[in-house]
Design a protein around this ligand. Structure first.
Ligand SMILES: [Zn+2]
Length: 395
């Protein structure tokens, strides 16, 4: 058996006036998704458990068959996994942003999208000043770095992009162990005041990195591998680090596609082609396409419709054709991880539509793939991680 899963990130939406009351999924040209929904089943699934933050990482854990309530520990550990960092189970991992704070106000969560070289120079100096057996900084990309920290710690932190234009001090880490983190942030502030990198950046009129900001913490999640859980080999194709990290943690092959950008200029056809090649090697292939989510954040309705049409044509279509060449020994699943409605401009935790077709998945109602078809379906899965079990095992 071969299985393919296609995730158009954030594709689910609400009816939009500009589209004559249709959703982007309904307005897009999606003959392949519609074929799957009408020859197979269309249902509704809740990927974000009640009370959890509707991040793509949380929702994708569900999509991959793992209960986020049990396995999600935070964002930074997934980034560490994506980078292949070796972290002990008792170490905390924090995202360490380089930020611009001026007169106490969080002006820029990215320090002017500082270059990776500049970031690396700062991280090296942070390690000289603060590093030791229990504290280590790791260079990432641009302003996005990581800290591992071994200490008793139970803190609340805030993402810096959530407090732009606000006084930063009230959002510094609080809770047990927060004093150590605050001391590190304080030291970074003093070290960066007249740092060479910032002297140059100020001369060029760029935002300086005035401080580190620590958030997104967690310990490395201990996930049973996909082989252990389902006895099947998997691979994923994504441009997004968090999802790359999740894949590595469950033992999936992580396939890099040139030109996969995470936006509407992404190499759709390249992703489709990479999936087709992967189907020869592994049992389960997951293709994640970020573009519909980004267009939802930008409230760009036209671009969202186009992104969904392109995914149907260049990713779903070729994969479906490749599977059909297997005879009847295959199944395909299409679902967004969460909605990113253009009117809301961010993720919501609402259930999403899914469509599933293939071996022994009999069609019931001949309706196209949409939020409405899903809402009217009897097939409702309230714990997202159970959909994988259904997809792989239903008969
Ligand atoms: Zn997402």
């Amino acid at each position: 058996m071969k299985y393919a899963i296609i995730v158009p990130d954030g594709a689910a939406d609400l009816p939009i006036d500009e589209l004559g009351g249709k959703t982007p999924l309904q307005a897009a040209v999606t003959p392949n998704m519609d074929w799957i929904a009408s020859h197979g089943k269309c249902g509704q699934v809740r990927n974000v458990p009640q009370g959890m933050y509707p991040g793509s990482d949380v929702a994708l854990l569900s999509v991959m068959g793992y209960d986020p309530r049990q396995y999600y520990t935070g964002r930074a550990p997934l980034e560490a996994a994506a980078q292949g960092l070796k972290v002990d189970p008792d170490e905390w991992i924090f995202r360490c942003n380089l930020v611009t704070i001026i007169d106490g106000v969080m002006e820029d969560h990215s320090a002017g999208h500082i270059t990776t070289e500049e970031g690396a120079a700062i991280v090296a100096d942070l390690n000289k000043l603060l590093g030791g057996p229990n504290v280590k900084f790791f260079t990432g990309v641009s302003y996005r770095h990581l800290l591992t920290f071994r200490a008793n710690c139970d803190v609340t932190t805030t993402p810096p992009h959530d407090i732009l234009g606000k006084k930063a001090a009230p959002y510094l880490p609080t809770g047990a162990g927060a004093d150590l983190l605050r001391a590190m942030i304080d030291t970074s502030r003093r070290m960066l005041e007249n740092h060479d990198v910032n002297v140059v950046r100020r001369d060029l009129g760029e935002n300086p990195a005035t401080s580190i900001w620590l958030w997104g913490q967690g310990k490395m999640p201990q996930l049973p591998t996909f082989i252990e859980r389902f006895g099947l080999r998997g691979a994923s194709i994504t441009a997004v680090d968090l999802i790359r990290g999740l894949s590595k943690l469950i033992g999936w092959e992580s396939i890099e596609v040139p030109g996969a950008t995470g936006y509407i200029d992404t190499n759709y056809a390249g992703k489709g082609q990479a999936a087709i090649e992967a189907i020869d090697r592994v049992d389960v292939v997951l293709v994640h396409v970020e573009a519909p989510d980004e267009t939802g954040h930008n409230a760009d309705v036209k671009a969202k419709v186009q992104a969904i049409s392109d995914i149907d044509k260049y990713v779903v279509g070729p994969i479906l054709k490749r599977l059909q060449a297997e005879g009847d020994q295959w199944r395909i699943l299409v679902l967004p991880d969460h909605p990113t409605p253009c009117s809301v401009r961010t993720h919501t935790a609402e259930p999403v539509p899914f469509a599933i077709a293939g071996l022994r998945i009999a069609g019931v109602v001949q309706e196209p793939f949409s939020e409405t078809t899903a809402a009217n379906s009897d097939l409702k899965i309230s714990h997202g991680h159970e959909l994988m079990e259904f997809f792989l095992r239903a008969h």
